[in-house]
Ligand binder design. Structure first.
Ligand code: NAP
Length: 272
């Protein structure tokens, strides 16, 4: 039996095992997907986990905070997208070689496309970390007018330069008429759930607002968007679609999307 799992710290709240194990069971695969908590206090633990992945029969793993950048040092190869985006959230053990991928970009795009067309839209991305970078890069196919805002403006400017989009400061996010607004920062995440980078009076009613935070699912930003009459997309939609693409990479076959979706919502209901 091959072992798969999620590497990060802490991982006990992860929704990934519910989705992947449901898909594994549905397809009758000889595999399991586990929590693989790695203590950041021990700098050698991540390296040892990677070096010993063959011994431990690891077929692949998801990577979450705080290891999406650090894990890159232990890859034998990267997928070009992971290299461009500069972070890895999926590792596949192919014939004893670790290959790094990034499925956040496709996850975000799929989640947005469930509610809106992206072509030619005026888009705001808030944040300049790994997720924001993946989303910014993936906008290149849509001839969209993409703007990026970040607390540390220089990081937004670096992404803007790399992906030919526009970096803007805080005053501009309050005044511009965006069609799509994406929060890719942890602002509004538990326990600071009352925080939001935008308030309802600054959100156009025609906008689609996506928050990629998964705890809580209805963030303050999404509450503000609803108050403004805008459409909303919560973080579990991106989580689902990035996991679907991960499953395809792990097992070399299409994932049973409906099965994974049902497992995700069942697990969320169980935790309420
Ligand atoms: P990251 O690399 O740590 O980047 C965080 C970004 O948020 C940075 O640009 C940072 O700005 C900004 N930021 C942090 N605290 C802030 C604050 N108080 N005010 C304003 N800006 C702030 O994180 P990441 O990996 O990109 O993840 C970002 C969020 O997305 C997390 O909540 C994560 O859980 C979520 N996520 C969700 C999914 C999903 O599938 N739903 C996938 C990936 C990530 P500075 O540059 O100024 O520090």
């Amino acid at each position: 039996m091959k072992t798969f799992g999620i590497v990060g710290h802490p991982v006990r709240q992860s929704l990934s095992p519910a989705m992947h194990n449901a898909a594994i069971k549905h397809l009758g695969l000889d595999a399991e997907y586990r929590l693989l908590d790695i203590d950041p206090k021990d700098p050698e633990e991540l390296a040892n986990f990677c070096y010993e992945s063959d011994l431990n029969n690891i077929g692949g793993f998801s990577v979450t905070m705080p290891y999406k950048l650090d894990i890159m040092a232990y890859m034998d190869h990267y997928d070009p997208l992971a290299k461009i985006v500069g972070s890895v959230n999926t590792v596949v053990n192919e014939d004893n070689k670790l290959i790094g991928y990034n499925t956040d970009a496709i996850g975000a795009i799929q989640a947005l496309r469930e509610k809106t067309n992206l072509i030619g839209k005026k888009i705001l991305i808030m944040g300049a970390g790994g997720a924001a970078r993946a989303i910014a890069y993936s906008m290149k196919d849509f001839q969209a007018d993409v703007h990026i805002y970040n607390r540390t403006l220089e990081k937004a400017e670096e992404i803007a330069k790399a992906f030919e989009i526009e970096a803007i400061d805080h005053s501009k996010i309050q005044t511009a008429d965006f069609d799509i607004i994406i929060n890719a920062t942890p602002v509004g995440m538990f326990p600071n759930s009352e925080e939001s980078l935008l308030h309802s009076d600054k959100i156009p009613s025609h906008a689609v607002v996506m928050d990629i935070i998964t705890n809580p699912l209805e963030t303050q930003l999404l509450k503000e968007a609803k108050k403004a009459g805008a459409q909303t997309i919560s973080g579990e939609r991106m989580l689902l679609h990035q996991a679907v693409d991960q499953f395809r990479l792990f097992f070399g076959q299409e994932a049973p999307v409906k099965v994974m979706e049902e497992a995700l919502y069942e697990e969320l209901k169980r935790r309420r």
